[in-house]
Design a protein around this ligand. Sequence first.
Ligand SMILES: Cc1cc2nc3c(=O)[nH]c(=O)nc-3n(C[C@H](O)[C@H](O)[C@H](O)COP(=O)(O)O)c2cc1C
Ligand code: SF4
Length: 436
Amino acid sequence: MHERFRFKSKDEILKKALALGFELPFSDDISPLFAPASIVGFSIPNRLVVQPMEGYDSEADGSPSAFTKRRYLRYAGGGSGIIWYEAVAVSYDGRSNPNQLWINKNNSAVFTSLNDEVRRAADQVGISPLLVIQLTHSGRYSKPDGKPKPQVAALNQTLDKRVPYLLTDDDLIRIQDQYVSAAKLAADTGFDAIDIKACHGYLMIELLAARSRQKSIYGGEDPADRFRFMLETIERIKTKVPGIIITTRLNISDGYQGGFGVDKDNRPDFTEPLLLVEELKARGITLINISMGSPYFNPHVTRPYDNPLPGQQVPEEHPLQGVIKMINGTALFQKRFPELFFIGSAYSYLRQYAPNVGAAVLKNGDASFIGFGRSSFAYPSLPLDLIRNGEADPSKICITCSGCTRLISNMRPGGCVIRDREIYGNELKKLIADGK
Ligand SMILES: Cc1cc2nc3c(=O)[nH]c(=O)nc-3n(C[C@H](O)[C@H](O)[C@H](O)COP(=O)(O)O)c2cc1C
Ligand code: SF4
């Protein structure tokens, strides 16, 4: 049964988890969050990560706007060890909305100056974060002009509303070129790492599951064919941009028929995701950011919440079950590949207890980093508060109300309508006034 977060104490939340049939890891000692780490020679000051969070607020040419800059400077001043920039399109056509960031040769100088400012702001709080750019093509969720323009890797009876455009192998080879060019630009603008985004239903994850793609070198029954596009892209980036860290935000289970990491009965099946990680490891990938589900199909899987979007059904699943599924899924990968660094997701529902749960997960060796998505919108200075005060301030915490998602799903600039009210509360008011 779904339930809003009404827990008043650690004991209440732990008791609820037990009633649901599992033990929620919890540590009063949060010091594991502050342990430095070294990834291929890069020192990361702590285990706290700003997860990628799309703001739908770029300029029309894809460059970061004043809104975008404000968000990243808030993250930078907040003390996280890794700042994972939101989804940045590799092409105009692959944008999820007309205000999605899009890196290209005409605007790369704006990314450079943003990164410079981010590094200076982080330096002022004594932190030198790893800057990761998430490169993406939105595939079936492309809306470059604000209207759906789906470009799919494979037909999917569960997801297709009408017959979408099926990308040809030639299209894919062109898109791969765009990834490689975008990666080179990203390195030149000062990013430390390139995320080849493979989650949440977009093009790359769809290719990993493209069983129904016939007569193609990038699809079919054999996982080697379905993994080819992603692995080739990585190989090409390694050659073109030597020395850059390559990583991926990877869905280990999509949770819908025909998706990646699911069996015939739609239950998680990690066989192929584990096989893929083996291949990634063989190509020198050491950092992987885990996620699950699709914001378009089963949003409660990706981000357990109190409130669904208006008009959406309240999910059956208790949000704590969503939280523990992500923890356990990440743990399975971390235990299988202890030499790699896995980032856990979906902690925001846990409010001020998230750092304690994250610390316990780290202590148990069930993840290497703890990521914060909506919490970073609401409370970007959480890491500094944890470092300085040893605890989170409940009055600043995200309440998983879905207000930020409501903004972006209506193509408005995204941010926290509750804790950053002056800007985003007003955006929500305008949206409601428009009858949306
Ligand atoms: C408004 C919004 C934008 C998001 N944008 C991205 C994105 O650009 N890339 C991505 O991989 N995940 C994105 N996510 C998913 C988050 O990174 C994160 O996985 C999810 O919110 C669960 O973590 P949390 O419980 O800490 O919020 C987004 C989520 C929200 C709510
Ligand atoms: S609007 Fe704010 S409080 Fe609500 S889910 Fe988004 S970040 Fe959290």
